[in-house]
Design a protein around this ligand. Structure first.
Ligand code: 5GP
Length: 114
């Protein structure tokens, strides 16, 4: 797998504003936030995109959702946040290391966040 921006952040080679980490994932603020809360939850395991996950990754995917939910709730957005996963270039993905966008604090409309 080629190195990505996010694998470099995981290794500490590029700085990021980290809000949470554990043995399975890292969460940090998006550098170009689309909402007052915009955190990226990234697995430490190298997986390019959601479509590359397997049965084996089910617990990890559940963990990423759980961590993202806690981040949104802790930020005060328990009833007003959005989780986005862009999959592949055609799905709007620009960094090819799986990540969840956790967005809160603006009135998001279905199928459009801008
Ligand atoms: P994607 O488009 O792949 O779903 O999301 C990639 C996200 O990474 C974008 O929301 C973009 O703003 C964010 N991003 C791009 N470069 C950097 C960076 O250097 N640091 C951080 N923290 N986020 C970045």
């Amino acid at each position: 797998m080629p190195e990505t921006l996010f694998s470099k952040i995981i290794k500490g080679e590029i700085e990021a504003d980290i809000v949470y980490q554990d043995d399975q994932c890292l969460a940090f603020k998006d550098l170009y936030p689309k909402a007052p809360l915009h955190v990226l939850v990234v697995p430490k395991k190298t997986i390019a995109m959601l479509a590359d996950t397997t049965e084996q990754d089910k617990p990890l995917l559940g963990h990423l959702l759980s961590v993202g939910t806690k981040i949104a709730k802790d930020a005060g957005y328990a009833d007003a946040f959005r989780v986005v996963i862009n999959n592949g270039a055609g799905g709007g993905q620009s960094v090819f290391h799986l990540h969840l966008h956790i967005l809160g604090g603006r009135n998001v409309k279905w199928a459009a966040i801008e």
